[in-house]
Design a protein around this ligand. Structure first.
Ligand code: ADP
Ligand code: MG
Length: 937
């Protein structure tokens, strides 16, 4: 990296040190280039300024310091500003993306400032004039489009939050809130209402790479915690969110007179969408990404899943942030990145409308039943490029020849795929996708494929991407360039023939260009008629004379410019093709979406067959009846590693449907030892609900699910040290959220709530929470606990069902059967688990003894007795010894004496036992025969 910086001097006249000569004269004088730099930098104070100088982007002052730290590149200095050295570092233009990636990932924004003219142009204005430059693009986390800056399988969402005073006073803070969000790399654009209570859940669903918020909201303490959970939050002045101008701005962007055709938007929705449009315009500086018109999401269309639940269920990534091990990774069998993005989006926002869910399931079923069609589709899809992202780059003037080819190939594949689907008919979702793929403009893919070569360079500036035979002018120009030798050779042959000078040669050098050379003895011939009118003397060398000719001069000019001309022609063709693509942008976007839909359906169908998933029944009822349910991630992990796991996944039923005549679903209270499989069971049922409502088949023998409106999942005592709250506090805050928000339609998963505090505290909280869920929320739920006392509640709470995970005890060991059965666990088997975990044998034994005592004794105050008996504390509690000198201890002496009198080899077992009792008596200080020593008395 650093080597790039020690590269040769940058070939630009207006570098800061070009003004070195004047430094001594006037310390405060600012060079014209620095003046330009400062002006541009002042206009972009919140971004690092990439200032183009020849083949480098240079950074100065504090920007240079920040960039050199983040990028690990050398900080140098160039010239002086107001008497002080100017810190500087730079990145080579051809590697700029790589550096941008690091800077953006580190939370910076970058303003890219280009040279807007050839330095030669600037020199024409005078030796001291500065090359015209300006910012051509602002690079921010939410506005990326380059493949190298993006994860192909993840959306890159720019979101904005706006609010407006709501007319009605009453609940909330008197404001109505809305979110708008788009992915400029794919063109999706949506708006939805929100409120402070569900904002975190909405943002967790949308996962913005960058969120725009008005300054006022940004500064409100209530939101500060939330901002910290997001990768980038950009505060903007309130004018950016001005509702009054938003409508005009959006209409202007989409080049329509009014927004009526897009639907009815509330004021905050308009403000949020307007802010997005303004920001896109501001960062893209005149380039218009192919955004679809904003679509309004209806409230309640998606299952509400708060951030803690998402993290806990590891839907899109594990708690450590990896994709591997998540639900998404377990069910993703897509073959395109657009398909992978759509699947992630669907899992992030499961639907709540049974008809829409059934529509998706129909597609999966259709393809699950048709292996030949499915495999053929998947093979075709695998060759289909990422249409949406290619289109975005073309629209933003950031594309290369490969993007154009991607559009051509994608549309071709799309047409073939449409035909395959339509051939045998399909459910509506697939047919609609097929119609989109089959729609015009039909000429576009053919044109693109005819125009572009088979092997394509990455950048348009490289040239060489237009197929030979596509453009006659280009072909001729290239022929001239490529065949320059042949053309020159032909001319040379003619000159030889005409002059009769066999040794005449056409040569080339940097000073003369092409010239004719003959030996001195033949030179005179060329100076005489008729040749004197053709050849012009240029140079006389020792033994050789050089001439030029008009013909040769013309040829030379042609050859020299042929390369440039070919390149220019290719650029024109590129622009023409790009504008043809953009003319069909809506169609291309629709095709991209259609391909993603087909990829998701065929991927899920493949999953269903491979992993034995079934179609769930989803309706408006309150049932939750899963037969033979499995955890998709754990099941696949166990199969991958059968030796380590000791067996296949054990399927389990779960029935939370309302009992006969009841109006609310059941809550299962699941007890059982650690490691039995409680947590796995809880999560698998939550995951099955997500999969079903996202429109996927589910890992079960059968599943019937009444729509879940909100899903909650909590684990007791989860660590959240990063946010600086005690684990128990977190647990309680999250439990509070559930008790306040869960409805009759919700599904609540509580795993060992109350674990993070003292036993009786925890038990009491768990107890009261369970009662509240049952009586007030009346939701469906699964509640795993190690508080066996809670099982008594089933007698009183009508819809509470005790379930336990079976274990078998065998020879002092515990065997986990992972089987969920009715009833309550009678024991915890914690000590057996501790033994399995490898606690020292002495500790295990001691624990068993303590447990026996705890279980047998009156539970009011067992601790003191246990403490008294603890070896460690025994000495502390005992009365201090009478005499400090240990050697004079009479008891020890007596025991020692008695021991010396015993010969173990001579004793019968019975005598040995009596001897032991005697010794024990002695040790206690008494003489008489003591009873058997009880450990805990
Ligand atoms: P608990 O919450 O009761 O302590 P877990 O759900 O964490 O137990 O499960 C412990 C381990 O048991 C898991 O890591 C998994 O490997 C295994 N396991 C859990 N459920 C099953 C099952 N149904 N079939 C097979 N193995 C299981
Ligand atoms: Mg557990």
């Amino acid at each position: 990296m650093a080597s790039a910086l020690s590269a040769p001097p940058r070939p630009d006249a207006d570098t800061p040190d070009a003004r070195k000569g004047q430094e001594g004269k006037d310390e405060t004088r600012v060079s014209p280039m620095m003046a330009q730099y400062i002006e541009i930098k002042t206009a972009n104070p919140d971004s690092l300024l990439f200032y183009r100088m020849g083949d480098f982007y240079e950074l100065f002052f504090a920007d240079a310091e920040a960039a050199s730290r983040t990028l690990g590149i050398v900080l140098t200095k160039r010239g002086k500003h107001q008497g002080a050295d100017i810190p500087m570092c730079g990145v080579p233009v051809e590697r700029a993306e790589e550096y941008l990636h690091k800077l953006i990932a580190a939370g910076h924004r970058v303003a890219v400032c280009e040279q807007l003219e050839d330095p030669a142009e600037a020199r024409k204005r005078g030796s001291k004039s500065v090359v015209r430059r300006d910012v051509t693009r602002l690079v921010t986390p939410g506005t990326l489009t380059e493949d190298s800056l993006l994860d192909a399988r993840r959306e890159n969402v720019l979101a904005s939050l706006a609010r407006a005073k709501s007319g009605e006073d009453g609940a909330g803070d008197g404001y109505a809130y809305a979110l708008a969000f788009c992915d400029i790399s794919t063109g999706t654009f949506r708006v939805s209402e929100t409120d402070p209570a569900r904002l975190a859940a909405d943002l967790a669903r949308i996962e913005p790479a960058e969120l725009l918020v008005p300054d006022a909201i940004y500064d409100e303490p209530a939101f500060r915690e939330l901002w910290r959970t997001l990768p980038a939050v950009t505060p903007l002045p309130k004018e950016s969110f001005d509702g009054a101008t938003a409508e005009r701005r959006i209409a202007g962007f989409f080049q329509v007179a009014t927004l009526d055709a897009f639907g009815a938007f509330s004021r905050p929705e308009l403000a949020a969408a307007g802010a997005i449009v303004a920001y896109v315009e501001r960062t893209q500086l005149g380039n218009r990404p192919p955004l679809a018109p904003p679509v309004r999401e209806s409230g309640g269309a998606a299952m509400v899943i708060d951030p803690a639940t998402r993290a806990n269920l590891e839907i899109l990534r594990t708690t450590s942030g990896e994709r591997a091990g998540s639900l998404l990774a377990a069910v993703d069998r897509t073959v395109t990145s657009a398909g992978a993005r759509l699947l992630a989006r669907r899992l992030a926002e499961p639907l709540t409308a049974p008809a829409a869910i059934a529509g998706r399931l129909d597609s999966v079923e259709h393809l699950a039943d048709r292996p030949a069609l499915r495999d053929a589709l998947r093979e075709r899809l695998a060759g289909a490029p990422d249409l949406a992202r290619a289109l975005a780059r073309i629209a933003l003037n950031r594309s290369g020849p490969r993007d154009l080819a991607a559009i051509g190939r994608g549309l071709m594949e799309g047409a073939a795929i449409a035909a395959m689907i339509a051939a045998e008919g399909a459910p509506e979702e697939l047919m609609e996708a097929a119609r989109d793929l089959a729609a015009p403009p039909p000429a576009l893919p053919a044109t693109l494929l005819a125009a572009l070569a088979d092997e394509l360079p990455p950048y348009r500036r490289d040239g060489g991407f237009v197929r030979a035979g596509f453009d006659a002018d280009l072909d001729a120009t290239r022929a001239l360039r490529d065949e320059s030798r042949r053309v020159v050779a032909a001319l040379e042959r003619r000159y030889v023939e005409e002059s009769g000078i066999r040794t005449l040669k056409i040569r080339h050098n940097a000073v003369l260009g092409y010239f004719v050379e003959v030996s001195a003895q033949h030179a005179d011939k060329l100076r005489e008629p008729p040749f004197a009118s053709v050849f012009v003397h240029r140079q006389t060398m020792a033994g050789a004379v050089r001439f030029s000719s008009v013909e040769l001069g013309e040829l030379e000019a042609k050859i020299a410019s042929a390369g440039e001309r070919a390149l220019a022609l290719e650029q024109t063709i590129f622009d023409r093709l790009a504008s043809e693509v953009l003319a069909g942008a809506d169609h291309v976007r629709a095709c991209a979406a259609a391909l993603a839909v087909i990829d998701v359906a065929s991927g899920l169908a493949r999953l269903a067959v491979e992993e034995n998933h079934v179609r769930p029944e989803v309706d408006d009822g309150l049932d939750f009846s899963i037969l033979g349910g499995r955890h998709p991630v754990v099941e696949q992990a166990l199969r991958r590693d059968p030796l380590a796991s000791g067996g296949p996944f054990i399927a389990n039923d779960c029935d939370l449907s309302p009992p006969a005549r009841a109006k609310a679903g059941r809550i299962w209270l699941v007890t059982g030892p650690n490691m039995a499989g409680k947590s796995t069971f809880l999560r698998q049922n939550a995951l099955i609900a997500i999969l079903a409502q996202a429109g996927c088949f589910v890992p079960a023998a059968s599943a019937r699910i009444g729509i879940v409106d909100r899903l909650f999942s909590r684990v007791g005592a989860a660590d959240d040290l990063a946010r600086g709250r005690s684990t128990f506090m977190v647990e309680m805050v999250e439990t509070a959220a559930i008790l306040n928000q869960a409805t009759r339609r919700s599904l609540v998963i509580l795993d060992e709530i109350g674990r993070g505090t003292a036993t009786f505290d925890g038990l009491s909280i768990a107890w009261a929470s369970l009662e509240h869920l049952h009586e007030t929320n009346a939701c469906r739920g699964l509640f795993a606990t190690h508080f066996h006392e809670l099982t008594a509640l089933a007698q009183r709470l009508k819809r509470l069902v005790n379930a336990t995970v079976k274990v078998k005890e065998w020879d002092g060991e515990v065997i986990f059967l992972h089987e969920v059965v009715p009833g309550a666990a009678d024991r915890s088997y914690g000590i057996q688990v501790a033994k399995l975990a490898g606690l020292p044998a002495a500790v295990v034994e001691r624990a068993r003894a303590v447990l026996t005592e705890l279980e047998s004794a009156d539970r009011a105050a067992p601790t003191q007795r246990i403490l008294d008996d603890l070896p460690l504390f025994a000495s502390l509690n005992r009365a201090p010894p009478a005499a400090p000198a240990a050697s004079a201890d009479p008891v020890a002496e007596a025991v020692k004496a008695a021991l010396t009198g015993i010969d173990p080899d001579e004793l019968t077992p019975r005598e040995a036992l009596e001897a032991l009792y005697r010794l024990k008596g002695l040790a206690k200080g008494g003489e008489g025969r003591a009873g058997p020593c009880h450990l805990l008395t």
